[in-house]
Ligand binder design. Structure first.
Ligand code: ACO
Length: 439
């Protein structure tokens, strides 16, 4: 089959089947900005063929008005606002509001929203029993998957996904409770008592206190560090139809409980090709150990026979510097300065690794640049967050994106259950022999 673009007033692609000369017009749809899409919804009905696109490298799965990415230019915008402006000027809860409701909040809306979030941060007291069932050394992401899925047991009957009000409460609960769940998972791993949230604290400050306070000693939150964490959360808030978000949408397309859908998103995020990369970056930098070993690891990353990849490098969409990585690199310096750390060997190593990789033909030709995970771990480490918690931090920031995308999907009258097809390459029909044995 061949496809050519027509220049008619209603733009379309002409698809021609070279086997029999038949052709079809495929409509072209335009967004407000970004590449057009070829509408193939009627393709199977009209041609008897499916499209084939493993990894969805050329497939748009939905319409969305939340986040725009131009991977060639390194642009990321939420509801039209560039990520750089959001990270510089507003707080994470403002970005949550923006993603959920479409506009930045005015002063009254901000106060009401933050009040609502603060008043949903507590967990049901029976919920703590779940944590006590885990092994002490459980990975926090395993605990997060299970605990967030368990929220559906607490709010299942009360969640009617067809009610906009119920969907909104589910969104607030998820955004509010995610830091509490992550902090409890951490405290459990230490064998320390769980610390309850405090409503007078901001979102990031509250999380830091739940992580580091204990009943014998309160924790005074450093506002500079709380702001740095808040900014990291902003940078993770949403990222269009990535693997975990698509997982949430697919799970949600069957009408499943939103808490269970977000648990599915957390599972998808965990993998090292996605959110698990931030943890892998720190492990990789520790393994490299010093500047003198960088060439060895660069060579390994380039070797087709070695599965090793430079973690925190490359992106399905960005073929330019990930704008989030740029902001994070600057933020690393601020955090380290605030903490009086003059020399952080891992930051030096990361910057040198980046410098060498960006001069290497292999990385240049493939347009492999640092992604959001490359520098986030260095900030987390400076904030005292253990490596095993890094992906849980990503999950806290991304929860708003997941739930806003889920809301957008459910509210869309065109929503359908997600059901991809396949190219079947297995056995054709065959039969057992009469004795019931294969011959
Ligand atoms: N190190 C070395 N080579 C790489 C890397 C890397 N980090 N990333 C991609 N490549 C190479 C591939 O080997 C491939 O080379 P080839 O054309 O010679 O076969 C080419 O670049 C294209 O790579 P693909 O795997 O086809 O690209 P894809 O878009 O499928 O993968 C991904 C993107 C998964 C992010 C990949 O770049 C990767 O594995 N990076 C490391 C993990 C990572 O940092 N993940 C976080 C992503 S950001 C996020 O989820 C928040």
């Amino acid at each position: 089959m061949t496809m050519t673009q027509t220049t008619a007033e209603a733009p379309s692609f002409t698809l021609t089947d070279n086997r029999n000369g038949r052709s079809w017009e495929l409509p072209v749809l335009h967004g407000t900005v970004g590449p057009d899409v070829i509408d193939v919804r009627a393709l199977y009905r009209e041609t008897g063929c499916f499209t084939y696109d493993p990894g969805f490298t050329s497939t748009g799965s939905c319409q969305s008005g939340l986040t725009y990415i131009d991977g060639e230019q390194g642009i990321l915008r939420h509801r039209g606002y560039p990520i750089e402006e959001l990270a510089e000027n507003v707080e994470f809860t403002d970005v949550c509001y923006l993603l959920l409701y479409g506009e930045l909040p005015d002063a009254g809306q901000k106060q009401a929203f933050e009040h609502d979030i603060a008043h949903h941060t507590m967990l049901h007291e029976q919920f703590y029993n779940f944590f006590r069932g885990f092994r002490r050394d459980s990975h926090p992401m395993a605990v997060m998957c299970a605990a967030v899925g368990a929220l559906s047991a607490f709010y299942h009957d009360g969640t009617d996904i067809h009610s906009a009000e119920h969907r909104e409460v589910a969104a607030l609960r998820l955004i509010a409770k995610m830091p509490t769940i992550a902090a409890v998972a951490y405290k459990y791993s230490l064998g320390q008592p769980f610390v309850y949230p405090r409503n007078e604290l901001g979102y990031a400050a509250n999380f830091l206190r739940m992580m580091y306070a204990n009943p014998c000693e309160d924790y005074e939150v450093n506002p500079v560090l709380a702001r740095a964490l808040d900014r990291v959360l902003i940078l993770h808030a949403d990222h269009e139809q990535n693997a975990s978000t698509s997982t949430v949408r697919l799970a949600g397309s069957s009408g499943a409980n939103p808490f269970a859908c977000i648990a599915a998103g957390i599972a998808s995020l965990w993998g090292p090709a996605h959110g698990g990369a931030n943890e892998a970056v720190l492990r990789m930098l520790s393994e490299i150990g010093g500047r003198d070993r960088i060439p060895e690891f660069i060579e390994r990353a380039k070797d087709d026979d070695d599965p090793f990849r430079l973690m925190g490098f490359g992106h399905r969409v960005y073929k330019n510097y990930d704008p989030r990585a740029k902001i994070l690199q600057a933020s690393c310096h601020e955090v380290l300065a605030e903490l009086g750390i003059e020399n952080e060997p891992l930051l030096d190593l990361a910057m040198e690794l980046e410098r060498i990789a960006l001069e290497d033909d292999y990385f240049v030709e493939r347009k492999l640049f640092p992604n959001v995970d490359f520098y986030s771990g260095i900030i987390y480490r400076a904030l005292g967050i253990p490596t095993s918690m890094f992906t849980a931090m990503f999950a806290i920031g991304r929860t708003v994106g997941w739930i806003a995308q889920w809301q957008e999907m459910i509210a869309d009258p065109a929503m359908k259950i997600g059901r991809p097809r396949q190219l079947y390459v297995g056995e054709t029909e065959r039969h057992m022999d009469p004795a019931g044995q294969a011959d």
